[in-house]
Design a protein around this ligand. Structure first.
Ligand code: PHE
Length: 357
């Protein structure tokens, strides 16, 4: 075909055509190419028609033949490419309907214990060889167990309705603010047998409630694990040895913990225990509030009044108690910077936590 009587851009467009057509792998691209070559406005075909109009009369016939031949050639090629692409699309759609009946079905997920429950189980495993069994108490507690039996004075701020969820006033019930009321219940129950048993030791895990705003390290409902040991001649050394053993079992032998003096009405002396923040290795981050340490438990030697209230002779028996924050420890073990993740039940988070222990 003699294209010399057409503008050079048409010659170039024609030689590019085969390559461009080949590059169209879907129908949309093909339509765009068709528009550029054969469209009514602003296409190569339209430009050829302009050339034809502007050409001298005696050349019109011959030029018209060339232009028609070109257009037909493009049109044919586009059509055949279009039917190829349509066939390909049909085949793909058909393929996606083919079922391989020999494939095993996707297994339904089996579910698993929540990471916090697994951590509680693990704590129970750490303490079981030391002779601790697991006790439970109610979440709807009486003031007598939650406060009075724990030597917490009438005017203590924790008793206020700003910190504690109370049920209707006349019921005397509240949502326990800690697991320590289980101390009161178990001591009372086991007091008559303390002599035969040679002492008392137990772990009491469970939910507790406080009027706290939700943020990365606080929630109005969280979990504690209470621990208590009563025996003869029990002192601070026993508490320190026990907690050091437990934290090393939990965080590894290089776990770094520190004791700070603190005050709780039901222990004397009282302390708080911190773990060096494994999230930032002590350099400071959101979880440890830049201090490098995270408080994980309160503890101390059982106040003689707590033993006396339960009917245990405090001149013979002494003991220690501790209350751990389960979420705090879970955050440390799993390096999770936001406690809310434990309550949102996002399957991806829970699945990732699968390897927590
Ligand atoms: N019950 C205390 C708290 O919730 C923790 C604690 C338990 C402190 C036992 C001393 C002894 O903060």
């Amino acid at each position: 075909m003699d294209l010399r009587s057409l503008p050079p851009e048409i010659g170039k467009a024609h030689s590019d055509f085969a390559g461009l057509l080949e590059a169209c792998t879907d129908l949309d691209a093909l339509l765009r190419l068709k528009g550029a070559y054969l469209g009514r406005d602003d296409s190569f075909a339209a430009r050829m028609m302009d050339t034809l109009k502007a050409s001298p009369k005696e050349q019109k016939k011959e030029l018209g033949i060339v232009i028609n031949a070109l257009k037909n050639q493009w049109e044919e090629a586009l059509k055949s490419r279009q039917s190829n692409l349509e066939e390909l699309r049909r085949q793909r759609a058909a393929m996606s309907l083919i079922w391989d009946v020999t494939l095993p079905p996707p297994l339904p997920s089996r579910g698993a214990l929540h990471p916090l429950m697994r951590l509680i189980d693990r704590l129970a495993d750490v303490f079981r060889p030391l002779g601790y069994h697991v006790e439970e108490g109610p979440e709807a507690e009486t003031e007598a167990h939650n406060f009075d039996g724990l030597n917490i004075p009438e005017d203590h701020p924790a008793r206020g309705s700003a910190d504690t969820f109370y049920f209707q006033k006349h019921t005397d019930l509240l949502l326990r603010t800690h697991t320590s009321p289980v101390q009161v219940r178990v001591l009372k129950r086991l007091a008559p047998m303390i002599e035969q048993k040679g002492g008392i030791r137990f772990l009491a895990p469970g939910r507790v409630y406080r009027k706290d705003e939700i943020d990365p390290t606080h929630s109005p409902m969280f979990h504690q694990v209470e621990g208590m040991l009563v025996g003869r001649g029990i002192g601070m050394q026993h508490l320190k040895g026990t907690l050091d053993y437990a934290m090393k079992a939990l965080f590894g032998s290089s776990a770094d913990i520190r004791f700070r003096p603190s005050y709780f009405p039901f222990v004397e002396p009282g302390c708080e225990v911190d773990v060096r923040c494994p999230l930032c290795s002590g350099t400071g981050c959101r979880v440890c509030k830049s201090s490098g340490w995270v408080e994980i438990l309160g503890a101390g030697l059982v106040h003689p009044n707590v033993l006396k209230f339960a009917g245990i002779k405090s001149d013979i028996w002494s003991g220690f108690a501790f209350g751990m924050g389960v979420e705090r420890i879970a955050m440390m073990v799993s390096q999770t910077p936001d406690l809310r993740l434990f309550f949102e039940n996002d399957q991806r988070f829970l699945a990732a936590m699968g390897g927590m222990d």
